[in-house]
Design a binder for this molecule. Structure first.
Ligand code: UD1
Length: 372
């Protein structure tokens, strides 16, 4: 029997931990010949290479090297380079992951060449079309053949958009597969020592959404809120490159000469280091999508600095709360959490969302084995 060729296309930091469990499962099936193509959307070592090492993924077979650019430039460049790969390799399936520009570009390229597309993490919707990721999600799902979802609200969103039921597969969350697999190893890393912090309690902040960081005034307000919180509990802030650029423009002395004192800024951390850091935190403040899910499983209170989320299950069944970006509200909600005694942190919380159990990758591969 001829082996079926599968390409997994990844490109940006949040893709890698979602793709790894599927890659590892596919590798165990004789029927499939699987390899990874990396678009190069994220290219810094700290944003890409370290994740391959931490997740024990092999280096990508093909690196497209597209780099940064405007949305259209980046999407178009991935399409142009990935099309050459698809024409040469003639895969039987292209797997795309999440909601980044690489995801849409890969799906569109494959669909136009009549190559079936599988989308991991289909159906999430913020219903906010000013978010570039929402456009990527909507369009990728319309042209995918296998829509692998993480939660039941995603299934409903897809059905509401006219996607036939037989294309939708509720399999669970591969990002949580990676988390559960690596948590024990991550816990052994003394990340606080590495970043030079000797404290019992701390909070973690991450920010990278264009709506929060591209506008100087928005970022200034959020950083002010963080500095107020850091007077009560020290804050570790691994800084995304997009945010780093804008932080240079922030006036740190505008509100308070002690402004930066309680905030420990670091470079972006690797997968295991960040998992370790997040796992020990008393509170996480973020605008990331994935971190809302990870804190839900870790049982860590999470304040999401956005007006909406495409992951409402993290609010209804998890530890997440949407607080927007008004500094007064952020400070109030954070101090409210910090002032209460901490609940024991455990990934074995009874209210874990359905199928966030470490077996989503296995479910995906079982379906592909049957149907491809
Ligand atoms: C992208 C995704 C976003 C995801 C995020 C995770 C899209 C539309 N956005 O946003 O959904 O949550 O990744 O990080 O796909 N840069 C570097 N080094 C890198 C990569 C980027 O310095 O390795 C800088 C560049 O100046 C670049 C900027 O960061 O212009 C933004 O990178 P880009 O990939 O365009 O978007 P992200 O904000 O990372």
């Amino acid at each position: 029997m001829k082996m079926k060729k599968i390409i997994i296309l990844v490109g940006a930091r949040p893709n890698f931990m979602k793709a790894a469990p599927v890659y590892n499962e596919l590798k165990q099936i004789n029927k499939f010949k699987t390899f990874i193509v990396h678009s190069g959307q994220h290219y810094d070592k700290t944003m890409s290479k370290v994740f391959f090492k931490d997740l024990s993924l092999p280096s990508p077979k093909i690196y497209l090297g597209v780099g940064s650019g405007t949305h259209s430039e980046q999407t178009a460049r991935v399409m142009m380079e990935f099309e050459k790969v698809c024409i040469k390799e003639k895969p039987d399936l292209v797997i795309v992951v999440g909601d980044v520009n690489t995801t849409l570009a890969g799906a569109l390229t494959a669909a136009k060449l009549c190559i079936p597309v599988a989308h991991i993490e289909a159906g999430l919707r913020s219903f906010d079309r000013t978010m570039p990721e929402e456009i990527n999600r909507l369009l990728t799902d319309q042209i995918s053949d296998f829509l692998f979802t993480t939660c039941e609200d995603a299934n409903k969103n897809l059905l509401n958009e006219g996607i036939p039921q037989e294309k939708i597969f509720f399999v669970g969350n591969t990002m949580i597969d990676s988390l559960l697999k690596h948590l024990a190893v991550a816990k052994k890393i003394n990340v606080l020592e590495k970043i030079g912090l000797d404290v019992e309690r701390y909070g973690v902040v991450t920010l990278h959404r264009p709506s929060n960081v591209d506008d100087k005034n928005n970022l200034q307000k959020i950083v002010y809120a963080i500095s107020e919180i850091s007077k009560v509990v020290p804050i570790v802030f691994p800084v995304h490159p997009r945010t780093d650029r804008q932080l240079d423009n922030i006036d740190f002395l505008l509100y308070d000469p002690e402004f930066k004192k309680g905030i420990k800024f670091t470079k972006p951390l690797g997968y295991l280091e960040f998992l370790s850091l997040m796992g020990g935190a008393s509170i996480v403040l973020t605008d990331s999508g994935g971190i809302q899910e990870e804190t839900t499983i870790l049982g860590i209170p999470c304040l999401t600095l956005r007006e909406n989320t495409e992951r409402p299950i993290t609010i209804t069944q998890g530890t997440n709360k949407l607080v927007g970006t008004d500094p007064k509200r952020i400070i109030k909600e954070a101090l409210n959490i910090i002032s209460k005694p901490e609940k024991p942190k455990s990934p074995d919380r009874p209210k874990r969302p359905k199928y966030w159990d470490g077996r989503a990758g296995k479910r995906i591969v079982r379906i592909l084995k049957e149907r491809l």
